[in-house]
Design a protein around this ligand. Structure first.
Ligand code: SF4
Ligand code: SF4
Length: 283
């Protein structure tokens, strides 16, 4: 059994062919500039990850963006990193991935396929392509954002996944829509209809921001960190930078620190809340 002692969420770049209304970069000037930029080259990342693996051993790496498969040199990086690490790629599935099984082992690469209604004309076609990847041995999960105008669509995606034997996990919308601040602005009826999109009731509490981790000790930064396209590493979305991931001096924090935030909505991060997740993660 492979043991992963560390876990990293890595936004490799913000480039993307889509422009979803609910995207966290949408409508921000700084965001538009960031979307176009490739801050660090594939060769720089590969050197940094080789050093990381030597120092910390195999890791679980969740690669997101932007759209990772549009990052220049991504295929080579994925092949290289998946030889030693357990990789999750969060992709909008806008590129042809029929080559993937010939290049990387489905044992080491899992796919989170995000379905975006404004850009995907046929959910049925999307799910058919997802099922084809699953048949090739990849573990795939479909996800979609419950943006208020798309709640019914997201629920229909979930039903479509169930019918196709595919795993589905939805995400609430985080941001403002028609004067309401979400997820707090979901009506009780909407929350009820969305309750089935979460993996577990505990996840719903965090993702709908109904529990506060503020003040609890947290292992983010100790066993986990989040890395931005320019290499800046942070313990989590809600804490300030802890160093440059590409520096030879990069290191994790030594001990848990109290959470500074009244909410923790990222499903990769609230696992560390209350210092619950500590030590190796096992496949
Ligand atoms: S696919 Fe993802 S990164 Fe691209 S615009 Fe939509 S939400 Fe943003
Ligand atoms: S509980 Fe969540 S928001 Fe708070 S420090 Fe941990 S990961 Fe960050």
């Amino acid at each position: 059994m492979t043991i992963n002692s560390k876990h990293v969420s890595w936004d490799i770049h913000y480039g993307c062919g889509y422009a979803c209304s609910y995207c966290f970069l949408q409508g921000k000037e700084s965001g538009r500039a960031a979307r176009a930029a490739v801050c660090r080259t594939a060769a720089e990342w590969q050197a940094a990850w080789d050093r990381f693996d030597e120092r910390f051993g195999p890791a679980r790496i969740d690669i997101a963006g932007g759209e990772p498969f549009l990052y220049p040199g991504f295929t080579g990086l994925l092949k290289h990193l998946s030889q030693k690490n357990e990789i999750f790629v969060i992709t909008n599935f806008s590129t042809d991935l029929s080559w993937l099984a010939d290049s990387v082992s489905p044992e080491n690469v899992r796919l989170v396929l995000s379905l975006h209604p404004e850009h995907v004309p046929s959910a049925g076609e999307f799910l058919k392509k997802a099922a084809a990847l699953s048949e090739k041995g990849f573990k795939v999960r479909i996800t979609a954002v419950a943006y208020p105008p798309f709640i019914e669509k997201v629920l229909s995606y979930r039903r479509g996944c169930e019918a196709s034997g595919l795993k589905f996990t939805g995400t609430p919308f985080f941001g403002s829509y028609q004067g309401g601040q979400y997820p707090a602005a979901y009506t009780e009826a909407e929350k009820k209809s969305l309750s089935g999109i979460f993996d577990q009731p505990r996840h719903a509490l965090y993702q709908l921001q109904q529990v506060s981790p503020e003040g609890l000790p947290c292992n983010s930064g100790v066993d986990y960190c989040r890395v931005a396209p320019d290499g800046a590493a942070r313990p989590c979305l809600n804490r300030p930078p802890m160093g440059d991931f590409l520096s030879p001096e990069f290191s994790f924090l030594e001990k848990p620190a109290p959470c500074p935030s009244p909410s923790c909505h990222c499903r990769l991060e609230f696992e560390y809340c209350g210092a619950e997740k500590k030590g190796p993660r096992r496949r």
